[in-house]
Ligand binder design. Structure first.
Ligand SMILES: Nc1ncnc2c1ncn2[C@@H]1O[C@H](COP(=O)(O)OP(=O)(O)OP(=O)(O)O)[C@@H](O)[C@H]1O
Length: 312
């Protein structure tokens, strides 16, 4: 079942075209990640889907409601956790949750019960009655996510949920979110510029570059589509580079041979065999490595530039 469907979304801010016709479909009960470098258009997409911003063109439906015609119904069906903290630092964690629930129209007693339940789910019972402003960054982030879940939404939007968190807090948040989707059927849509986060968390991934979707699928499938191993070879001279490229291009099962100065990269079904063929052809190498294809390789293949380069 599809819980979000967006078609051909466009959005400009003055002369900046943030979205140039982006479409997506999110299956219910999954973690769906929008991955891309800063400025790719991820936040703009999430803001449109959560009714915080209007598209210039295109359509979007969330939980069966059109975002432009039924914004109130969409808002009732979703939770939204922005990049910036949303809790009141002077109030305790419990007070923040109860207040959020009351603002959502939940009666007093039920609000207190929901707060208790969420504090337990997010392992926040210990600091619950201390001011949230004094909590650790990881705890505060969990509180923000818990506040987004107070009214038990169908869909939870998380904009860059782990930016600024230490590795342990990130891992904890990933674990909690994936448990939630498995146990409650919640659909999570998150944006991230971390390749490892997208790789580990997402059931389904949409790679966004310059306002457009460039690739889509399960992380494992996207990597597998590249054809197995990534081979990287460093050569001594441009002449050796040319020879090596010719050897690689003549091999079956080797694709996307790219030269970058004295470095050669290619996708191969059997990376070790490629290195052997190069040795048999007598091409000397300075260094060589074989690794499973990563999301970095997926990005390079579909966006046509390295992820680091795009992020810079
Ligand atoms: N309110 C705004 N006014 C002007 N330009 C904007 C505004 N919001 C976004 N933009 C521009 O639109 C483009 C897409 O921005 P968006 O925030 O959607 O990207 P992003 O992929 O979410 O990146 P980030 O992680 O930096 O938020 C960028 O060029 C950005 O500078």
């Amino acid at each position: 079942m599809t819980v979000i469907r967006a078609t051909d979304l466009t959005k400009s801010y003055g002369r900046v075209q943030a979205l140039k016709g982006l479409s997506l479909e999110v299956p219910a009960g999954t973690v769906f990640a929008l991955l891309g470098p800063n400025g790719a258009g991820k936040s703009t997409t999430v803001k449109i889907l959560s009714t915080l911003s209007r598209p210039d063109g295109g359509t979007a439906e969330v939980a069966g409601f059109d975002v432009l015609r039924r914004p109130a119904a969409v808002r009732a069906a979703i939770g939204y956790v922005s990049q910036r903290p949303g809790f009141d630092p002077i109030a305790t964690g419990r007070e923040n949750l109860v207040l959020t629930a009351r603002l959502r129209g939940i009666p007093r007693r039920a609000a207190a019960a929901r707060a208790r339940e969420l504090l337990a789910t997010f392992d926040l019972e210990e600091p619950a009655d201390r001011q949230a402003g004094r909590w650790s960054g990881g705890m505060q982030r969990k509180l923000d996510v818990a506040m987004g879940l107070v009214h038990a939404p169908e869909v939870l939007f998380l904009d860059e949920p782990t930016t600024g968190l230490d590795p342990e807090a990130r891992t904890q948040l990933w674990a909690t979110v994936s448990t939630l989707t498995r146990t409650t059927g919640l659909t999570v849509v998150l944006t991230t510029h971390y390749l490892d986060e997208a790789d580990q968390m997402a059931d389904h991934l949409l790679i966004v570059d310059r306002g457009q979707a460039v690739a889509e699928g399960a992380p494992e499938a996207l990597k597998a589509d590249l054809g197995g191993d990534t081979v990287q070879i460093d050569l001594r001279s441009a002449e050796d580079g040319g020879r090596a490229a010719r050897v690689l291009e003549a091999l079956p099962d080797v694709v996307h041979v790219r030269r970058d100065g004295l470095r050669l990269r290619a996708q191969a079904r059997d990376g070790a065999r490629v290195l052997l063929e190069l040795r048999n052809a007598g091409v000397p190498t300075v260094a060589a490595s074989v690794a499973h294809a990563s999301l970095d390789d997926v990005y390079l293949r579909y966006a046509g530039r390295a992820y680091q380069e795009a992020a810079a």
